[in-house]
Ligand binder design. Structure first.
Ligand code: NAD
Length: 481
């Protein structure tokens, strides 16, 4: 049994009230470890450490802060296999994915913000006629909270921690209680990299107790949160009256719009990925596929064939393309959508069944699932399933598909497949979401703003947007007459 501990003030501590949660291995349904279910007392301890560290961290030179972040990045890379194995075991994702995407990206997050902070700048404005010069300062906020979900555990946690630290803040981070393992390992790396004590504190526990205690803490200045829309509402409700800064990255129900004039082979290969990577548990997956009517039958046949070739298997197996879903509760939730397909006017075209892997029969495996729907208003197209389930539907006019793509409460991302330049510009302008990919999916440049609109969130992460979020702006006006 692995016993994870809180990382507070450079030390690995047991929860003060000695309350623990079980940690499950989704590949076989067994409990393989325990993690703290931290209370307000643990959060307070972390806060005191962070507050104390802030005085010196916020005054530390950019070169030194940057060098420490770059060292953390290097150490994550040096420990790639260890991190990837932990992530795959905790989350059920294929080891190949953890090694090629999750962990390298966690290192990139630290490297990127280690460099970005040295280029971060503020503005100055001179008005000669009035003999004034305005200049703007950007100060770190103080102690901030970073709360992250289970689907890309270290990748998303570090996407918040790195800019917060780079900007001179001290952090209390809470990873998902479902996937805490790599966050625990990160503490060891931070010690080795020479991050001063108290600058980063990682507190484990349930959202409703530990997470809520962080959000409610009167002196934690900002909350950067990624997770479900309903949780986002609770966080906003708690934090808004306290006038905290909040950044919310929430759910999605992203359209993937395919026109007959697209590069077919590239579209097909990418659409298999955008549908089922990480078992469909990526907020950016294209879960509503709309295909131009003239291409629909061909697409349907080819897509089913490609998807049926995906290997569902144990995450540690190098040939596995689709691993286990993250938890028993989650696979049951996904199956409940599939069970209601017929009553919602859908037609199951492929998958929809639990897979029993020999020797790991209690693991949470599901065949990638394709459902044909005849209306965008059905719950399969309106609710976030967040699993290996996509719907497909034909369309016969640009205006109709645009209307359907936008007719959903979410607005995170969209993909458009077309070789018509005017059409790609029109759709890019008209689609109601924060991120649009044209003829590609999930190509990420960390300098770009990342986030959604409508029920997909508030604020943007990435590049200088993240550094702006983690700093407070002060304008100074000097008259030099
Ligand atoms: P979740 O909302 O259940 O939990 C996310 C985190 O919030 C966890 O650490 C949890 O412990 C914590 N939490 C829960 N209740 C809380 C509370 N009251 N106060 C403070 N913290 C609380 O989400 P999840 O199931 O872990 O993740 C899946 C969701 O995340 C999906 O909806 C997915 O779309 C979304 N997501 C969004 C993005 C994005 O960038 N927009 C990225 C990844 C995942």
């Amino acid at each position: 049994m692995i016993q994870l501990k809180n990382y507070i003030n450079d030390e690995f501590l047991e929860p003060i009230q000695n309350e623990w949660l079980d940690n499950y291995n989704p590949s076989n349904g067994s409990v393989y470890g325990q993690l703290p279910n931290s209370s307000l007392e643990d959060v307070n301890l972390a806060y005191e450490a962070a507050k104390k560290a802030f005085e010196s961290w916020s005054q530390t030179s950019l070169e030194k802060r940057s060098a420490i972040l770059l060292k953390i990045a290097r150490l994550i890379e040096d420990n790639l296999n260890r991190f990837a194995e932990a992530e795959s075991k905790d989350n059920g994702k294929p080891i190949t994915l953890a090694k090629s995407i999750d962990i390298p990206r966690a290192a990139s997050n630290f490297r990127f913000f280690g460099h970005a902070i040295t280029q971060f700048h503020s503005e100055s404005h001179e008005t000669k006629s009035e003999k004034t010069i305005n200049y703007t300062l950007r100060h770190p906020l103080g102690v901030v909270g970073c709360i992250s979900p289970w689907n890309l555990p270290l990748y998303l946690l570090t996407w918040k921690i790195a800019p917060a630290l780079a900007a001179g803040n001290c952090v209390i981070a809470k990873p998902s209680e479902i996937t805490p393992y790599t966050a625990f390992l990160l503490g060891e790396i931070c010690n080795e990299a020479g991050l001063p004590k108290g600058v980063l504190n990682i507190v484990h526990g349930l959202g409703t107790t530990t997470g809520q205690a962080i959000v409610e803490h009167p002196n934690i200045k900002a909350i950067s949160f990624t997770g479900g829309t309903e949780t986002g509402k609770i966080i906003a409700k708690t934090a808004a009256p306290m006038f905290k800064k909040i950044s919310l990255e929430l759910g999605g129900k992203n359209p993937n719009i395919i026109f007959a004039d697209c590069d077919y082979e590239k579209m097909l290969t990418t659409t298999v990925k955008s549908s089922f990577s990480n078992q469909g548990q990526i907020c950016l997956c294209g879960s509503r596929i709309f295909v131009e009517a003239s291409l629909f039958e061909q697409f349907k046949t080819d897509f089913i064939e490609r998807v049926s070739q995906l290997t569902v298997g144990h995450p540690s197996n190098e040939s596995t393309q689709v691993g286990a879903l993250v938890s028993k509760a989650h696979i049951e939730k996904v199956l409940s959508f599939i069970d209601r397909v017929d009553s919602n006017g859908g037609k199951l075209l492929h998958g929809g069944k639990r897979v029993r892997i020999k020797g790991h029969e209690d693991g949470y495996y599901l065949t990638p699932t394709i459902i044909q729907v005849d209306s965008n208003s059905c719950h399969l197209n309106q609710e976030e399933i967040f699993g290996p389930v996509v719907t497909i539907m034909p369309f016969d006019s640009e205006y109709k598909v645009l209307e359907m793509a936008n007719d959903v409460k979410y607005g995170l991302s969209a993909t458009v497949w077309t070789n018509n330049l005017k059409r790609s510009l029109f759709f890019s302008e008209q689609l109601e979401c924060g991120i649009i990919w044209v003829n590609t999916w999930m190509q990420r440049d960390l300098r770009t703003p990342f986030g959604g609109i409508k029920s997909s969130g508030v604020g943007r992460e990435g590049g200088f947007e993240a550094l702006r979020f983690f700093t407070e702006t002060k304008n100074i006006c000097i008259n030099y007459e």
